[in-house]
Design a protein around this ligand. Structure first.
Ligand code: FMN
Length: 256
């Protein structure tokens, strides 16, 4: 075991201080259970919708939709990302074998890709069949028509029980509309991708006209039956994730 964590459980504010009512403007309403407030806070997030693709040397390929993607470096010439992929997904096996993957920022009009890559399993269909794409420099499939893409080489992987968190070096990338006519391999493009969300420009998340598909827009755009299927799969995934997280904790925890 490389390291261990102390056994602990969340101590909610109301347990420590009792249920008190605070009527000051902006104060948390303590009638709501803290667990519900945590769930509500997380529901307020509006992450980007990413399409992750990967292909092995043996020719197996696939991908999934992910919101668990973040920039993991502030150094423009050393861009990195951190991506959380559930271990049971077919794509996890592809990334593990290939050691690399591609990330695509989707446009608001690309919700059909969410249906194909986010609600179906690569174990039963070839998700890239009929989707225009070409191999990038790492061999990862680069899907055409997206808002932008990054090619990533895995540097290390952290086992979280339910998910593997891949810390990856960004080795190539393109942001549509930023550098028309320029080769995607030129360093200036990588720098532009890495600094697109830097202090010099307003963060993409603060703009509504940036042409990027985010979770709240997706939920509003989906037909009722697709949204219901998404919820059903999420609940099923959460059940198996809960078992995996508890089992991971049991094997990584030492008593206080
Ligand atoms: C909006 C949305 C966000 C998702 N975010 C993640 C994520 O961050 N990580 C992950 O492993 N799966 C995520 N999923 C689930 C996978 O995309 C989905 O289970 C997919 O069908 C797995 O495909 P595969 O088994 O072919 O790899 C998300 C799905 C949706 C619809």
């Amino acid at each position: 075991m490389p390291w261990s964590v102390r056994k602990s459980r969340p101590v909610w504010r109301s347990e420590r201080h009792g249920q008190r009512r605070d009527n000051r403007p902006g104060a948390l309403r303590m009638e709501t259970k803290p667990e519900d407030q945590v769930a509500e806070l997380l529901r307020q997030l509006n992450p980007e919708i990413w399409l992750v693709t990967a292909a092995t040397a043996a020719g197996r390929r696939g991908g999934l939709i992910a919101t668990g993607v973040m920039s993991a470096s502030i150094v423009a010439e050393l861009p990195r990302v951190l991506v959380g992929i559930a271990c049971r997904h077919a794509t996890a096996g592809l990334i593990g074998e290939a050691g690399c993957f591609a990330l695509h920022l989707l446009r608001p009009e690309q919700t059909d890709l969410v249906h194909r890559f986010g609600l179906m399993s690569g174990r039963t269909i070839d998700k890239l069949d009929g989707i225009p794409h070409q191999p990038g420099t790492t061999g990862s499939p680069i899907v055409a028509g997206c808002r932008g893409w990054l090619e990533c080489q895995v540097e290390t992987a952290l086992d979280g029980g339910d998910r593997t968190f891949y810390l990856a070096q960004v080795v190539n990338g393109q942001l549509a509309g930023v550098t028309s006519g320029q080769s995607v391999a030129e360093p200036t493009v990588l720098e532009q991708v890495a600094t697109a969300d830097s202090a010099d420009s307003p963060p993409a998340s603060s703009r509504t006209d940036d042409g990027i598909l985010r979770l709240q827009t997706l939920l509003a755009a989906l037909p009722d039956e697709t949204r219901a299927e998404m919820r059903r799969q999420r609940e099923a995934d959460a059940e198996s994730d809960a078992r995996a997280i508890r089992s991971w904790r049991a094997s990584h925890t030492r008593d206080a």
